[in-house]
Write a protein that binds this ligand. Structure first.
Ligand SMILES: Cc1cc2nc3c(=O)[nH]c(=O)nc-3n(C[C@H](O)[C@H](O)[C@H](O)COP(=O)(O)OP(=O)(O)OC[C@H]3O[C@@H](n4cnc5c(N)ncnc54)[C@H](O)[C@@H]3O)c2cc1C
Length: 298
């Protein structure tokens, strides 16, 4: 277990012990705790435009532009809202090609304070486990943190595995499919999360990880001023060598991925077989029995 939580001396919390972060609640202005929030963001192909390459069995990423995974914008917005209410720093982290810098710049315009891109050929070909391991290594390298926020899933990979896997690698509690953040205090976060057709309320001890749905908020649009500021902001690039000191590089990239894709194909759409039977009720019943026997159902 790593000691990931280290607070600055000036960190403090209001008298009641709990700071509500949802709009409408009153919270004290005596002092502000400093939350160190990390948002994981992935650049994905524009899903309505991207084509599938049936020969190679994978997405032809060159067939479409790239954009921010929409759920990750909700994750970022949640982080920025918490920061605005209780104070702190939001760091956006992505693993991907250098092109993902443009997405991180947009994240800075939308309220992130720092951005880190993990980009190295040796990270490529990662399955969800290797992706999560590499992201967790970067979080570990950053040092102290309170909260990691992810989108519930991506629109390309769509597994929803990375968030919970990162939590496991960091040995911290997590809640998936969070629809509402009810409270953030110095030591806990209380969330309302979806599970099948019901909801559950969870109190997680910090540091913790949550994955959020699109219902958690409406992401803000950056102003022109924010965009210009973000254009000049630095983006930290971490390569393979930068993470070697905090992780075992054998678990990075394709070599570190236990998943082997044998074949990817589009299943042929099976049509439902239908037959109209007409006649008197007795004739219809006889015909149905005949069809069921013929198809070895009876
Ligand atoms: C054998 C194998 C090889 C692969 N090779 C490649 C490859 O070369 N290139 C490639 O693009 N994909 C590759 N993939 C797909 C890649 O594994 C997944 O895209 C990736 O692990 C994320 O999984 P997901 O998209 O299902 O994310 P989910 O688990 O659905 O994402 C949940 C959340 O996790 C966070 N997250 C996920 N991925 C990232 C990321 N990269 N950076 C920051 N945050 C993230 C986001 O907050 C996201 O909302 C490969 C998959 C397999 C199985």
């Amino acid at each position: 277990m790593y000691n990931m939580r280290k607070r600055s001396e000036e960190s403090c919390i209001c008298g009641e012990g709990i700071l509500n972060v949802m709009p409408g609640y009153i919270y004290g202005n005596c002092g502000r705790m400093q939350m160190n929030i990390i948002v994981l963001m992935k650049q994905v192909p524009e899903i309505e435009k991207v084509r599938f390459d049936p020969e190679k069995g994978r997405l032809d990423r060159s067939s479409a532009g790239a954009t921010t995974n929409p759920f990750d914008l909700n994750a970022l917005e949640a982080a920025v809202q918490i920061k605005e209410k209780v104070g702190g720093i939001v760091t956006a982290i992505s693993m991907g090609p250098m092109k993902a810098e443009e997405m991180l710049r947009d994240a800075l315009a939308r309220g992130a304070d720092k951005a880190i891109l993990l980009s190295d050929e040796r990270f490529a070909g990662a399955d969800t486990l290797a992706t999560a391991y590499t992201l967790a290594a970067a979080i570990r390298k950053l040092g102290a943190f309170d909260l990691v926020i992810c989108g519930e899933k991506t629109v390309d990979g769509d597994t929803a595995q990375v968030g919970p896997e990162v939590a496991e690698f960091l040995n911290i509690p997590h809640a998936a499919y969070v629809e509402e953040i009810l409270n953030v205090s110095e030591n806990n976060i209380v969330v309302k999360a979806r599970m099948e057709r019901s909801h559950y309320i969870m109190r997680l001890t910090l540091p913790a990880l949550i994955t959020v749905t699109k219902d958690v908020n409406t992401p803000r649009l950056p102003t022109l001023r924010d965009k210009i500021r973000a254009m000049r902001a630095p983006i930290t690039i971490w390569r393979y060598e930068d993470l070697e000191e905090v992780a075992d590089p054998r678990y990075f990239g394709f070599d570190g991925s236990p998943t082997r894709v044998i074949k990817v194909y589009t299943p042929s759409a099976e049509k439902r077989l239908g037959k109209m039977i007409s006649g008197s009720p007795e004739e219809v019943a006889r015909e149905i029995v005949h069809v069921l026997i013929k198809n070895k159902i009876l």
